[in-house]
Design a protein around this ligand. Structure first.
Ligand code: GLP
Length: 234
């Protein structure tokens, strides 16, 4: 496991973008498993900047999103489809047919990942309760792509992006912990003091399904990239 504690968010994003761009340069048809959320916005902005400078080419890259709300129309501004188009896909030369999202297609999603030769790099955020993708506390380490119920905490946190909490879908589709752990490489980004408790539990606490991110320590090629605030409990 590699732990990077960057001076600030900007430096953390630089480090993360370098890992992604090095991978794509080495393997132009790299398969990325990608996250949404506020943490990823500066990362995608930086990838778009590098693309515009001619430093990254997404024409052969494939992506598999980690999660998506159930029952939201793809044109809905809160859907993860909309988010990905807005922050990345519409701004780079990725082919939309090479982008994938989990849905009721569960087994097919796993099969499709395998057909692509597996995930080269999973890019993760972390929830304040230690969730990764939408694998809430209590998720089995053997879990694969499935429909899940979101925890009260996640509904509360994610309601900031919706008109009110009642509009937040209570169910979502997510890849499983096993799906994530099968990736060849994993990178988790966390910024700000509100993530410090989850990071402390994930890195220093017991490896337990009560803190889904703690399982990542069992992966052979995982990098945690934090800013100072997120690392303050370590
Ligand atoms: C959401 C997403 C996760 C994301 C996490 C952190 O619920 N399902 O994939 O990593 O929460 O989000 P943020 O970066 O906005 O804090």
């Amino acid at each position: 496991m590699e732990l990077v504690i960057a001076r600030d968010k900007k430096e953390a994003i630089k480090k993360a973008t370098k890992i992604i761009s090095d991978l794509i340069r080495k393997k132009p048809n790299a398969v990325l498993q990608v996250a949404t959320g506020s943490t990823m916005i500066p990362l995608y902005n930086e990838l778009v900047r590098l693309y515009k400078k001619g430093e990254i080419n997404f024409s052969e890259v494939s992506t598999f999103n980690l999660d998506e709300y159930a029952g939201l129309n793809f044109n809905n501004k809160e859907s993860y489809h909309y988010y990905m188009n807005r922050y990345l896909f519409d701004k780079v030369n990725i082919q939309k047919c090479n982008t994938h999202f989990p849905s009721s297609n569960k087994e097919e999603y796993e099969t499709e990942i395998n057909k692509h030769g597996g995930i080269d790099l999973t890019i993760l955020g972390i929830g304040i309760n230690g969730h990764i993708a939408f694998n809430e506390p209590g998720s089995s380490f053997k879990s694969t792509t499935r429909e899940v119920k979101l925890s009260k905490k996640t509904l509360d946190v994610n309601s900031r992006l919706f008109p009110n909490i009642k509009k937040v879908p209570k169910e979502a589709y997510t890849v499983g912990i096993k799906t994530i752990m099968k990736s060849k490489g994993i990178m988790l980004l966390a910024f700000g003091s509100k993530k410090s408790d989850a990071i402390k539990k994930a890195l220093n606490g017991p490896i337990t399904k009560d803190v889904p991110a703690s399982v990542l320590r069992e992966h052979k090629n995982v990098t945690f990239i934090l800013d100072r605030d997120a690392s303050q409990g370590l």
